[in-house]
Write a protein that binds this ligand. Structure first.
Ligand SMILES: Cc1ncc(C[n+]2csc(CCOP(=O)(O)OP(=O)(O)O)c2C)c(N)n1
Ligand code: SF4
Ligand SMILES: [Mg+2]
Length: 350
């Protein structure tokens, strides 16, 4: 395997509970531009799966087309992977999740891949609450095709060439909340601690997790006048809550004040702890979540954190009453009705 990009801090234990090292979670060497936000996201994905003790072979990675969509090649080299067509990753991931719901699915897309050509696919994935972690590495441009504005670029923001964007931005978080995603948040590739916490909680969730990660493109969109540059996001980031995460295998006996902190019990018994930083913050209230996003946008703030979470809503695998044994593990005899049954069906249609 090619050299990894992984940079795990010295405080990380050498081996996790599966006896695996952080390097067991790495992938090929990145070919992205030095300083690209996408590499920082890959590093936190590696770390999250390693610290959550997920066996890499139990993960399925998906992507579309773009610099962001290249990144699954740079993490979890031992996982399953499918690099789909531009904007069509959700359909492939939906099929895979139904074929084998025992795998942890993670998709990496770009703002172009999701919010333009793939918008229809994205909305139907969210509406079905497909159990997967869907990450948008959002840099406001089509990085791979040399920096054209994407549909998440803010109205009035400036391209490197000086062109001003005269169209309003699509907020993928507000859209995902409205369409039925059950875990929606925004982070920043430069905010490692927040991103890692959100990724670990995402691994513990069993429904569509939509994480929009502002991930600056240093080559085409990191200048004055851009609202997706490192400087702009660092100057305007406004966390809605402070996120803490207690995995199911750790002691939960940490004191917290229920008046100011929401404790969300995740599907696997882990706990996501959200300490309010905004007065009317309530991660279970869809309307408030969308309102907060709109208000922050009006003020030019980059609101980050977990905006909305629902651990009760059935996901698509539950809704279809799939068998516990994944379809992918069943013998053909169990999947294909015998000729006699098909003949009976045909007969009943006469
Ligand atoms: C069907 C199709 N249309 C257009 C393209 C050209 N194309 C490749 S990547 C891309 C956009 C990538 O932008 P984004 O998803 O934001 O990823 P980034 O490179 O910024 O990470 C486009 C338009 C393509 N590959 N396929
Ligand atoms: S062009 Fe932009 S998005 Fe693509 S690798 Fe370079 S910095 Fe990253
Ligand atoms: Mg992009």
């Amino acid at each position: 395997m090619a050299e990894s990009i992984i940079k795990i801090g010295s405080e990380a234990p050498k081996e996790n509970r599966l006896g695996l090292k952080a390097t067991d979670y790495s992938g090929g060497k990145s070919t992205l531009c030095a300083g690209c936000g996408h590499d920082a996201v890959s590093n936190q994905i590696i770390r999250a799966f390693y610290e959550m003790n997920v066996r890499p072979e139990m993960v399925a990675k998906f992507s579309g087309i773009g610099c962001s969509s290249k990144t699954p090649a740079y993490f979890l080299g031992r996982a399953h992977g499918f690099n789909a067509v531009h904007g069509r990753m959700p359909a492939v991931a939906t099929g895979a999740a139904l074929a084998n719901h025992k795998l942890v699915s993670i998709g990496v897309s770009g703002d172009g891949d999701t919010a333009s050509i793939g918008l229809g696919q994205f909305l139907h994935m969210v509406r079905r609450n497909i159990p997967m972690i869907y990450i948008i590495e959002n840099n406001g441009v089509y990085g791979l095709t040399k920096g054209q504005f994407s549909a998440t670029a803010d109205l009035g923001s400036k391209q490197k060439t000086g062109v001003i964007n005269d169209l309003p931005a699509i907020d993928t978080c507000a859209l995902a909340i409205q369409m039925g995603a059950t875990f929606v948040g925004r982070s920043f590739s430069g905010d490692k601690k927040q991103l890692l916490t959100m990724l670990k909680a995402a691994i513990a969730h069993r429904g569509t997790v939509m994480l929009d990660v502002i991930s600056p493109c240093v080559t085409f969109n990191d200048h004055e006048g851009s609202t997706k540059s490192y400087k702009y996001v660092m100057d305007h980031e406004e966390p809605i809550a402070e996120a803490g995460f207690v995995p199911h295998f750790e002691d939960i006996a940490v004191e917290y004040d229920p008046g100011t902190t929401f404790d969300v019990r995740m599907h696997d018994g882990s706990h996501l702890r959200l300490r309010k930083l905004h007065e009317d913050y309530d991660p279970t209230n869809k309307i408030k979540a969308v309102e907060s996003l709109m208000e922050a946008h009006e003020k030019g703030e980059v609101l980050t954190g977990v905006f909305y979470i629902d651990t009760q809503k059935p996901n698509f695998v539950d809704l279809l009453h799939m068998t516990d044994t994944p379809l992918a593990h069943m013998p053909p005899e169990a999947l294909r009705p015998p000729k006699r049954v098909l003949d009976e069906v045909m007969e009943s249609l006469r």
